[in-house]
Design a protein around this ligand. Structure first.
Ligand code: IPE
Ligand code: IPE
Ligand code: MG
Length: 244
């Protein structure tokens, strides 16, 4: 664990992406049902939004439910969706209280109608806020996102709206769910797992990774600061050479 928690003079990553993992193990350690871990995990998200904002982070993107998470038992998926309904409802109030702009990325048609409605309300209600840009990845899978982007680009090509000379990295990025959101500077995954699990594969091309053993419900400002301190020790070269 980093000892230095004074961020004076340190670079604050503009965009932090998080894979919030370990809710189930957190609950299991306490001999409680997995859902208790998800409830606690949702509280941690609320706190981390405030902490990220107070540290000067401008964009925070969290992985809440993956396209693969539907493979979990129906009872767990149902409990997560129920939690999500409440979370989205409360989020409107919090977003306006904290001046937070909330967006949701991922494929929406598989979500139930009332959840889609709540997402639309939340995005609309917070769209003019100028504080933290908070993005929730919901029924999100990076491969699914890329395929949707390719299909949409192919349609524009077919309709004569673009030609092949216009197909650039920037143009393609604009077809992704994360259009208008800069690529993450720092990715944090909790719970000791060290994989991407289909998260932001395109966007993380040059992101620095920080893997934490802390289980998501226990993640806090101190651990976020540890990640930022580590990030400051990294030499981001983007394929170039170190500047002496
Ligand atoms: C992350 O915690 C939350 C979701 C994927 C919805 P997990 O539920 O994956 O917790 P573990 O990995 O089983 O401990
Ligand atoms: C990734 O966590 C998805 C979310 C955090 C929402 P998982 O727990 O689902 O990932 P795997 O299955 O361990 O790779
Ligand atoms: Mg997990």
């Amino acid at each position: 664990m980093a000892k230095n928690t004074d961020l004076t003079g340190m670079k604050i990553p503009q965009h932090v992406a998080i894979i919030m993992d370990g809710n189930g193990r957190w609950a299991k350690k306490r001999l409680m049902p997995r859902n208790v871990g998800h409830v606690q995990g949702a509280k941690t998200v609320e706190q981390i939004c405030e902490d990220a904002d107070s540290l000067g982070i401008k964009y925070l993107t969290v992985y809440a439910f993956s396209t693969e998470n539907w493979n979990r038992p129906e009872s767990e998926v149902g409990a997560i969706m129920k939690l999500l309904r409440n979370y989205l409802k409360d989020c409107i109030k919090r977003a306006n209280g904290n001046n937070m702009k909330v967006r949701v990325i991922g494929e929406r048609s598989r979500l139930s109608e009332d959840i889609r409605q709540r997402i639309a309300e939340l995005e609309e209600a917070s769209k003019d806020n100028t504080g933290l840009n908070f993005t929730i990845a919901l029924n999100y899978g990076s491969r699914d996102e890329i395929i949707r982007a390719v299909k949409s680009m192919a349609q524009d090509y077919k309709d004569g709206n673009i030609d092949e000379t216009e197909i650039t990295e920037d143009k393609f990025s604009a077809y992704l769910d994360t259009a208008d959101i800069p690529d993450p500077d720092l990715l944090i995954r909790t719970s000791g797992e060290e994989r991407l699990s289909n998260y932001l594969l395109w966007q993380l091309a040059y992101t620095e990774f920080y893997f934490s053993d802390v289980l998501w419900p226990d993640f806090d400002k101190k651990e976020l600061i540890n990640a930022i301190v580590k990030y400051n020790g990294r030499d981001r070269r983007f394929g170039g050479v170190r500047e002496e």
